[in-house]
Design a protein around this ligand. Structure first.
Ligand SMILES: CC(C)(COP(=O)(O)OP(=O)(O)OC[C@H]1O[C@@H](n2cnc3c(N)ncnc32)[C@H](O)[C@@H]1OP(=O)(O)O)[C@@H](O)C(=O)NCCC(=O)NCCS
Length: 210
């Protein structure tokens, strides 16, 4: 796993210049950095109760366009400061250019040594495999940066996210309270798990029952 020291070293391309995150292109998506003028589309996602309720860290529904703009400004600035490969991406559908969601690769507190992968899709875009497609691109990007495992942290009852992590070969490693003050199920992805032939990961007992 990448140490904090190496993370900091990897954060710049030299002379203190923030390292760039190139857009990641998949069959149907472009994952690219957020722009402030994405605010109207982003609000339909982060202002949606069915999305906000499952996010960790905890996030209130974004109430209006002004708040969404501010948040995007914050995310853009944070991403520029963050060590590679961490960041926040907008998920843009290539077919029609619509922003259908977001994806994150963020260092997990308290140690900031592990990376969390996460997705936030507009409910109209659920059930079409976009989170799975994004996972392959983001995990591929991560594993090219000298990081050899990624984690997803899923709230109990989030059966869609649990299906996504399982579909992507992630393995359940346990339940924890150590992140964000929430009880979360933790799943791990390693490079070999991306192999389509790898068996599906395990789910915790009775997941989704509460
Ligand atoms: C969690 C979340 C990203 C999952 O979205 P999703 O669309 O179900 O995820 P996937 O990309 O794995 O799509 C799988 C579904 O697409 C279908 N699908 C269609 N084409 C597919 C393809 N090419 N590849 C894979 N699946 C495909 C699958 O059959 C499956 O359908 P089902 O839901 O009817 O079983 C989404 O529900 C969400 O944004 N929720 C709110 C926020 C959230 O919970 N985030 C996660 C926090 S950990």
């Amino acid at each position: 796993m990448l140490s904090q020291h190496r993370l900091q070293a990897a954060n710049t391309t030299g002379a203190g210049t923030p390292a760039l995150r190139p857009p990641l292109t998949t069959e149907r998506l472009v994952l690219r950095g957020w722009r402030v003028d994405d605010a109207p589309a982003a609000l339909t996602i982060f202002g949606h109760a069915a999305v906000a309720r499952w996010l960790s860290p905890d996030m209130d529904q974004v109430p209006d366009l002004a708040a969404m703009r501010l948040l995007l400004q914050q995310w853009i600035a944070e991403t520029a400061r963050m060590p590679l490969p961490a960041g926040r991406w907008a998920m843009q559908r290539r077919e029609d250019g619509r922003i259908i969601g977001g994806a994150i690769l963020l260092p997990l507190p308290p140690g900031n040594e592990d990376f969390e992968i996460g997705w936030q899709l507009h409910p109209e875009a659920w059930g079409q495999g976009y989170a799975t497609e994004a996972t392959h691109a983001l995990a591929g990007w991560t594993f090219r940066h000298d990081v050899d495992e990624l984690f997803a942290v899923v709230r109990p009852g989030n059966t869609r996210a649990a299906a996504t992590v399982r579909r992507n070969g992630m393995h359940w490693v346990g339940e924890t309270n150590k992140y964000f003050g929430l009880t979360l199920q933790v799943f791990r992805l390693r490079p070999a798990d991306l192999d389509q032939a790898a068996p599906n990961g395990l789910l915790p007992p009775a997941f989704g029952a509460n």
